[in-house]
Design a protein around this ligand. Structure first.
Ligand code: NAD
Length: 248
């Protein structure tokens, strides 16, 4: 039986790349995704693969609960959960409505809580992994990003709290991506390869902007059976940007 991994927001961007890499490595994938058009496109592309699609808004408790039950019935196990679905609404705080703030927190943070709450009973007996996709914005900010940054800061804390609660069976870690170019990895209607300049690339100590594969590689590292002494941690994958001193 293939190990089943739930990837939220798995039909576009980083989540889609993670899904494809994990299938290549022999996992079965359950994509929890809100965007029907993205689901339909990915479904066609992956018709012959070990992947199932569930139309889920991760901030909707009942939908999450039902989809997790269905994913377990479809694959016979839930080994991993990758909390990747997220949105951002960046505006000056005086213009950001309370409803918008709540939408971002509900999707990015409460969604990860709900998926973990309902997936862990299925993971517990055999053990498994949870990987939360945070952001370097949990650690540093540009103006007008309060809701997104707060949601990602919450993800780091949720990660170490879950690691303490769910060990030793379940290891829980987060990955904080920096700038990852996913402009071409969207559904067809939105996919436009962004023109990246030399300046974009060379400002990174690693010499380039990130790719979704960089995050998929870290996911694979954290899923590896032998890496079972790592839990409650956050891994920054940003080409070195957060380590740069930038005082003018
Ligand atoms: P993306 O927008 O390309 O993909 C996010 C996916 O989540 C989309 O398919 C979207 O439809 C889905 N989604 C949104 N709301 C949902 C909901 N309520 N329920 C289910 N699915 C939902 O984004 P991305 O750039 O691939 O980002 C993936 C993750 O990486 C996010 O957590 C993001 O915060 C994080 N991240 C990305 C970058 C970057 O530069 N791309 C940087 C730091 C962190």
């Amino acid at each position: 039986m293939k190990h089943n991994i739930i990837v939220s927001g798995g039909a576009q961007g980083i989540g889609k790349t993670i899904s494809l890499r994990l299938i290549e490595k022999g996992f079965a994938i359950s994509v929890f995704e809100i965007d029907q058009e993205a689901i339909d496109e990915f479904k066609l592309e992956a018709a012959d693969k070990a992947i199932a699609f569930y139309k889920v808004d991760v901030s909707d408790e009942m939908k999450v609960q039902n989809a997790i039950q269905k994913s377990f019935s479809d694959f016979g196990n839930i080994y991993g959960l990758i909390n990747n679905a997220a949105i951002s609404i960046n505006k000056p705080i005086t213009e950001l409505s309370y409803g918008e703030w709540k939408r971002v927190i509900d999707t990015n943070l409460s969604g990860a809580f709900l998926c973990a709450k309902y997936a862990t009973p299925f993971q517990q007996p055999a053990g498994g992994r949870i990987i939360d996709i945070a952001s370097t914005r949990a650690l540093q900010s540009e103006p007008n990003t309060e809701a997104y940054s707060a949601s990602k800061g919450g993800i780091l804390a949720l990660t170490h709290a879950l690691a303490a609660s769910l060990g030793p069976e379940i290891k829980v870690n987060s990955i904080s991506p920096g700038w990852i170019d996913v402009s071409a990895a969207k559904k067809k209607a939105n996919a436009r390869q962004e023109k990246l300049t030399q300046e974009d690339h060379l400002q990174h100590p690693a010499g380039r902007v990130g790719k979704a594969e960089d995050i998929a590689n870290m996911v694979l590292f954290l899923l590896a059976k032998e890496n079972d002494f790592i839990t409650g941690q956050n891994f920054v994958v940003d080409g070195g940007m957060t380590t740069k001193m930038i005082y003018v």
